[in-house]
Each structure stands twice: as C-alpha cells, then as structure tokens.
Design a protein around this ligand. Sequence first.
Ligand code: ZN
Length: 237
Amino acid sequence: MSARPILGYYHQVRPEQSDPELNGLGVAPQSVVGHARMLMKAGYRLRTVSETVAGGDANCAALTFDDGYADNLEYALPALAEIGAVGTIYVVASEIGRNGPSWMADTSGRNRLLTAAELSELSATGWEIGSHCNTHQRLPTLSEKDQREELRVSKERLEDLLAGPVRSLSYPYGSYSEITVRLAEELGYDNAVTTARRGGNGSRYAIVRLSLGGYGFRAVKQNTKLGLAIARRRWLG
Ligand SMILES: [Zn+2]
C-alpha cells in the first residue's frame, strides 16, 4: 500500500499543443485522466488537497492546477468528472476574469482566467478552490508586511466569492521562505504546496508536488515519473 499521498500539478489544460501561447505549461485532458487512472489503479483515491492533507490518509492523491485558467473548467473538469474525480485549482485573486495572466504580460485572450461565476461553478462540482496569492509574485522578495497582505487579501477575496473557507495555498513560482510558512499558518491556511522539487521536510506548509504537464515526449516521461513515484511509495514508504 502507498505510504504517502501523491500530489501532481499542471497549469493550462488543452487538447492540442498547437497553441504557442501555452509557453510549455499545457497538458492534454487525456494525459490528466491517464494520471488519475494510474493513481486509482494503484489504490489511491483522488481527493481535493485539503481532504488529502487533513485526512492524513496515505492512500489519497490530489491533482492540482495553478493560476486559474478558464480551460481548466472547459477541459479538466469534464474529463475528471467522467471518472468520478475532482481537482484543486489555485487562483490569483486579483486576476479573476482577466483576459490573460498579467504577470506574463499576456493579453492574447488565449489564456483567459476564470471569472467569479465560473469559479463558483467549479466549486459547486466539488473542486477545491485554493489561493495562489493576490498578485503573482515571488513571496520571499517581498517585505513581511507585503507577504502577509498577499496571503490575507487573496484568502478573504476568495472566501467572499465562494461563501466558504479557503484552506489551501500554492506559492507563486513555488517560492517561499520560513516567514511565508509562518504567515500561512497564522492566517488560517491548513496547508500550502510548492513547485520546488525538494524541501518541505514533511511540513504541511511546504508540500512537494510532481510536475506532470506536457505534450509528446515530455508527456511520456511524465507517465514514467508518476509510475516511479507510485512504486517508490509502495516499496519505500
Ligand atoms: Zn503560478
């Protein structure tokens, strides 16, 4: 049996790689479903991040989506719903409903971010909505006061919008410091994830995730990576 939960992460979800605007961050919905099936076959139950973390259930896994792209609702939601799974999406609160991520200076309209109404729709299907901060900045480069505002304002905005608690946090660029971790806990988050490959030391405010996005050869490599992660947990705990 698996000994530790597995968390994977993606950004945009699109059927085709054809869009150059994806900046190497996309994944096909079929790949997401493929990963979900691999996990389920290995005995994992796919849950939201807060369920996975709070439950302390080693046989849970979570698929997560950073930045809040509208294509997550269009493609990832129905693909996962078909196999009875949900995801967790991390939203940049001040970017809700924008034509594209302003931190990438993207105004192409091809990487639209979810609107408030769409986030409510996603939440109603059982997906978890977490915070990806208020603006998309490297938190450790900010003063403690500004870090606090990033974490606090985003949580409040999303809680107002969803009329419910926001428990989970994803650090922009996976970047955090000891101060960030302390603030996340102080401000009432239950957990936080990073994109850093290592670190965390078992802290629930620095949870490591597997990068699983990509098309073509990269997608093949990601399947292998997930397979190895499953095997490693099975044999080594
Ligand atoms: Zn991000």
